[in-house]
Ligand binder design. Structure first.
Ligand code: SAM
Ligand code: DTB
Ligand code: SF4
Length: 319
């Protein structure tokens, strides 16, 4: 898609924009379903990278302590609870620059994935950079989708991260696709980028082949101690416009209303769902930051007559 097309869509009068996004949603999705995805940080903190938004970078004093990789047993206990609570997707995150084949910690994660996939939820992981052989191993262990965000426009990326490049992100995404996993890729808004940066990020996502299966839109949660700690909150209508534009540009993608929901009102979230968001992180914690509580989310979904989407995998095969 051309950037000018995305700019035209984004600039449509607000109600026309969200109505169009809703029509596009109804053409491609049935009913009023929302996917509930639980996140778990299986390896927290101590990361070598300098992503300016991240509480887990070892370069900033954020109060997040570096922890060891969680055992398979401990991860399984959390995954079982998530499944019992109605989550249909389970995403495990590690504060790593990337993974290396042969590393015992990578082997341990593969074992954990094999066990978690038996629970019947879609399994997603976000472990940083990888090459195609590691991607094949993850796929074989039962991973459905790999989360690796481009986070912002190619032009703005170096203002936020210096320890790896935008191209490194694209290379990992290519490896994930070559191994046959779905790509979950989106970004963060509210890092000081312009409206054009947000649309350029979206434009990059529209060039992916195949298209991303899910697109998380995170609102920056300013983390004390990081370079972006003072960023002001985003304007809700800017978020809703971006979600609607994403829905129109990538009609079949799950558009995930991700980090930052604790700072949105219920009405703001309702507008985001109307504009095409059809997935949320569910459970009171993201990786290190807060998320609305399960009861709060259940109430919201009930009042909006939104129901949990069924998992796309069966417990028997986990693939
Ligand atoms: N280390 C891996 C990586 O960088 O891909 C996986 C974990 S990383 C924490 C996953 C994503 O979380 C980031 O790409 C970013 O989009 C999001 N994220 C991290 N910190 C955030 C924050 N403070 N506010 C909003 N989103 C954030
Ligand atoms: C994504 O796009 N957002 C999630 C998930 N993918 C891994 C992570 C949000 C992290 C929010 C900050 C924190 O919890 O530290
Ligand atoms: Fe590390 Fe990922 Fe955080 Fe960057 S976003 S510092 S790579 S955990």
């Amino acid at each position: 898609m051309q950037i000018s097309d995305l700019q035209d869509i984004y600039a449509t009068p607000f109600f026309d924009l969200i109505s169009r996004a809703r029509s596009v949603y109804l053409e491609h999705w049935s009913g009023n379903e929302v996917q509930l995805c639980t996140l778990l940080s299986i390896k927290t903190g101590g990361c070598s990278e300098d992503c300016g938004y991240c509480a887990q970078s070892a370069r900033y004093s954020t109060g997040v302590q570096a922890e060891k990789l969680m055992s398979t047993e401990d991860v399984l206990a959390v995954a079982r609870r998530a499944s019992e609570n109605g989550s249909t997707r389970f995403c495990m995150g590690a504060a790593w620059k990337g993974v290396r084949e042969g590393d015992s910690r990578f082997e341990q994660v593969l074992g954990t994935i094999e066990e978690v996939s038996k629970l019947g939820m879609e399994v997603c992981v976000t472990l940083g950079q990888l090459s195609v052989s590691e991607a094949h191993k993850l796929k074989a262990a039962g991973v459905k989708a790999y989360n690796h965000n481009i986070d912002t426009s190619p032009e703005y990326y170096p203002s936020v991260v210096s320890t790896h490049t935008f191209q490194d992100r694209l290379n990992t995404i290519r490896a994930v696709q070559d191994a046959g996993m779905d790509v979950c890729c989106g970004g963060i808004i509210g890092m000081g980028e312009t409206e054009l940066d947000r649309l350029k990020m979206l434009q990059v996502l529209t060039t992916f082949d195949p298209a991303p299966e899910s697109v998380p839109i995170n609102c920056l949660m300013p983390m004390a101690g990081t370079p972006l700690e003072e960023q002001p909150p985003i304007e809700v209508f800017e978020l809703v416009r971006l979600i609607a534009t994403t829905r129109i540009a990538l009609p079949k993608a799950k558009v995930r209303l991700s980090a930052g929901r604790t700072r949105l009102t219920r009405e703001g979230q309702a507008l985001a769902f109307f504009a095409g968001a059809n997935s949320i992180f569910y459970g009171d914690k993201l990786l290190t930051a807060a998320n609305p509580g399960v009861e709060e989310d259940r109430d919201l979904l009930r009042e909006l007559n939104l129901v949990a989407q069924k998992p796309a995998v069966s417990a028997a095969c986990g693939s």
